[in-house]
Ligand binder design. Structure first.
Ligand SMILES: Nc1nc2c(c(=O)[nH]1)N[C@@H](CN(C=O)c1ccc(C(=O)N[C@@H](CCC(=O)O)C(=O)O)cc1)CN2
Length: 290
């Protein structure tokens, strides 16, 4: 077990490695039983350097896990209609089991319309309204990968959200909003803070929280002095230079458990994507394990 200051470090890299190993075993078993390899289609629009890196990481981990990756690269000038047509084509392709559209796409594209073009059965990144609704009602389906990875991490460290006060800072469609819904489904009392929350209210909400999920995309935005002693701090921020949304050193003085950046939530995001891709392939090939 690693510790830092007072806090115990949540080893996302290690937990993710184990999940990828389990996923690789399931992928190999599925391929052996059906003669078909699970396949994830990755769609990248433009050349945003961070997105290029994330997609490369996802494809490399697919390869490690025995999942075929079918990569589609589209120019930055791609229109909403062209992107929708591409995603519909992949949705109809029986050799593709999961689809990932890397976020963000260009501002001229209606990203919601693009996400909705992904067939719900292939929405292994959990970005469609259908997946969000199923998740909100606790029905089977795919969860958004970063929030799903966060819940796996909490489980791995024996953190039961039931009855706990959780604050989610950020309300994006693929991160903050679903993270709060998943915590609510596990009976936490959830507060959302966002760009309209006055600074004093944010501070007060964080000070009361047993679980803090930082998903705002602003480097070191959450101050260590606001962390309640013993709180669980989950930093889902990806800012330039691999810096999270939490002032890590100061927060680790007070937290009970804390995720590092890198090595915390990021690897769990990709491991969850791979696991859900094999789930999708098992369903589509009618070959769920007995
Ligand atoms: N369609 C999606 N787009 C985006 C998502 C997503 O889940 N679905 N999440 C983020 C970025 N992201 C995945 O796409 C992502 C970011 C970071 C990592 C990660 O493992 N980071 C490493 C460090 C990386 C490095 O060393 O360069 C870490 O934290 O240890 C994984 C996934 C936005 N877009």
């Amino acid at each position: 077990m690693s510790t830092t200051a007072n806090a115990r470090l949540m080893d996302g890299s290690g937990i993710a490695r184990r999940l990828v190993e389990e996923t690789a075993a399931r992928a190999a078993d599925l391929t052996r039983r059906t003669g078909k390899q699970p396949c994830l289609a990755t769609v990248l629009v433009g050349e945003d350097p961070a997105s290029v890196t994330y997609v490369r990481m996802k494809r490399a981990r697919c390869e490690k896990a025995g999942i075929r990756s079918h990569h589609v690269e589209l120019p930055a000038a791609t229109t909403t209609e062209e992107l929708v047509a591409t995603l519909r084509g992949l949705s109809d392709d029986p050799d593709v089991h999961g689809i990932l559209l890397q976020h963000p796409v260009g501002r001229h594209i209606d990203e919601r319309a693009a996400f909705e073009a992904i067939a719900p059965g292939k929405d292994v990144d959990g970005v469609t309204t259908s997946s969000f609704a199923a998740m909100s009602f606790g029905l089977p389906g795919f969860v958004s990968c970063t929030p799903g990875g966060i819940m796996r991490l909490l489980d791995a460290y024996g953190v039961d959200p039931a009855g706990k006060r959780a604050v989610v800072v950020g309300r994006s469609a693929i991160l903050g909003k679903p993270a709060g819904m998943l915590l609510l489904a596990r009976n936490a009392t959830v507060t959302y803070c966002h760009s309209y929350t006055p600074a004093a209210d944010l501070s007060a909400a964080v000070r009361e929280a047993d679980i803090v999920v930082a998903a705002v995309g602003r480097a070191r935005f959450i101050k260590g002095e606001d962390i309640k002693p013993g709180a669980v701090v989950v930093d889902a921020g990806y800012n330039e230079g691999n810096v999270g949304d939490v002032d890590f050193e100061a927060a680790a003085e007070r937290a009970g458990l804390i995720t590092p950046v890198p090595g915390g939530v990021g690897p769990m995001t990709i491991a969850t994507l791979l696991s859900q891709t094999v789930d999708a392939a098992e369903r589509q090939l009618g070959a769920a394990p007995a």
